[in-house]
Design a protein around this ligand. Structure first.
Ligand code: NAP
Length: 398
């Protein structure tokens, strides 16, 4: 019997053997990627004695065609009620009154963690010499920073008022022809993100958490993020983790929490990737870092992503690439991003066995050089297959 996933009073997800999971097919290549991914998910769940009742909900172009709305209230409600769901890529409506459907869903459900694991799979073409050394998990803060959308345009009465206010009250001299954006970074937002990253590192036997920030320049936002991070370690994890400042070089059996400036981090993830494990960072830094790292492992087309609120259990698992409209309906593109996002979703549900069989089967398929066009053009001796054939090859190897 299909049932809803629930949250226990102790804050644990209660997952039935046949959970109802809402999905958004996605625009553009979503029509190719979703059926391929679903084939893999159903086969992997069934191999472990479970199943999923998929519930389609609308968003993006399909929703606009059928309901006149880009993100119908029922869709948001379905994600709210069922706690966990998955989505393909969505077109960003231009001038539609909504900044981005992805951002809207994150804000409405307060999905404060953007989770991006970055790992190389054997056989994936990469631009670096040792992609196998990259195995990092990025925790990007998802609700604050310059992404809060608090901006006023140059020349508007709002901008003038703000510039005058800041001059009169704080003595700040801002050029009159400036646009202004506000960068809020709160103790609440920073600590819950860092707490989730540390807990993840402990649960997954990771060695370190690096707090990546630009605190040398932005002291009261990025610098405060760093300070609050070390406070979380001392106040909440003192028996399991230790901050760099409190450790004389050897953390022993404890999880090491250290920090690094954002610009240097972008160099060192390239030159010394083995020194990074779990990374906790603010919204904008996390945006740059996750794409830079995904490129390092050749994974732009297959990088998975998730947006999670660990306190309510809500999670939306999603493709990290866009809709690639020029390939829509051609059964051509790589479904790997949604497939690996699904594996992340199963891990979140506590179905680690289902998740790891998907990851291993995908890894074997790529290692045998059975790949879609994007990898085929970079791989000597590749056997190029369609989107659906790639999924079928994964199913054969489950
Ligand atoms: P895009 O759709 O990601 O496509 C850019 C290029 O990336 C494609 O031309 C293709 O490269 C490659 N690519 C994308 N998906 C692929 C896949 N599944 N397999 C293999 N290669 C893939 O970016 P865009 O053209 O800038 O954006 C198109 C629309 O998507 C926009 O409306 C944008 O707002 C939206 N978008 C949505 C999301 C999301 O929903 N998470 C994210 C980003 C963008 P080649 O042509 O070189 O093969």
């Amino acid at each position: 019997m299909p049932e809803k996933i629930k949250m226990s009073p102790e804050g644990q997800l209660v997952v039935p053997d046949c959970p109802i999971v809402p999905f958004i097919e996605g625009d553009g290549t979503g029509v190719d990627i979703w059926p391929a991914s679903k084939m893999v998910f159903d086969a992997a769940a069934s191999a472990h004695g479970r199943s999923i009742e998929w519930k389609e909900v609308l968003a993006g172009e399909k929703a606009f065609r059928e309901t006149g709305e880009w993100l119908p209230a029922e869709t948001v409600q379905a994600f709210r009620d069922h706690l966990v769901g998955i989505k393909g890529p969505l077109t960003t409506p231009i001038g539609g009154g909504i900044r981005s459907l992805n951002v809207a869903l994150r804000q409405v459900l307060d999905l404060y963690v953007c989770l991006r694991p970055v790992k190389w799979f054997r056989g994936v073409p990469s631009p670096v010499r040792h992609p196998e050394k990259v195995d990092m998990v990025i925790f990007r803060e998802n609700t604050e920073d310059v992404y809060a959308g608090l901006e006023v345009a140059e020349g508007t009465p709002e901008a003038r008022k703000l510039i005058e206010y800041l001059h009169d009250q704080l003595g700040w001299n801002i050029r009159v022809d400036s646009g202004i954006g506000i960068k809020p970074v709160s103790e609440t937002g920073s600590k819950r993100l860092i707490r989730a990253a540390i807990q993840y590192a402990l649960d997954h036997n990771r060695k370190s958490v690096t707090l990546v920030h630009k605190g040398n320049i932005q002291k009261f936002t990025e610098g405060a993020f760093r300070a609050w991070g070390y406070e979380v370690v001392r106040d909440e994890f003192s028996d399991l983790a230790i901050g760099w400042d409190d450790c004389d070089g050897d953390p022993g059996k404890l999880l090491l929490v250290k920090d690094a400036i954002a610009d240097i981090t972008l160099q060192q993830v390239l030159t010394r990737p083995a020194e990074f494990d779990v990374i906790a960072t603010l919204n904008l830094n996390g945006d740059y870092l996750s794409d830079a790292l995904a490129a390092q492992v050749g994974g732009i087309g297959i990088a998975p992503g998730a947006n999670i609120n660990y306190m309510t259990g809500h999670g939306v698992f999603e493709a990290t690439h866009g809709t690639a409209p020029k390939y829509a309906g051609q059964d051509k593109v790589n479904p790997g991003s949604v497939i690996l996002s699904g594996a992340l979703m199963f891990e979140h549900l506590g179905w680690a066995d289902v998740a790891s069989s998907i990851v291993h089967a995908l890894e074997r398929t790529i290692a045998e050089k059975i790949v879609t066009y994007d990898f085929a053009r970079l791989t000597e001796g590749a056997h190029e297959v369609r989107c659906s054939e790639f999924a079928a090859a994964i199913v054969e190897r489950l």
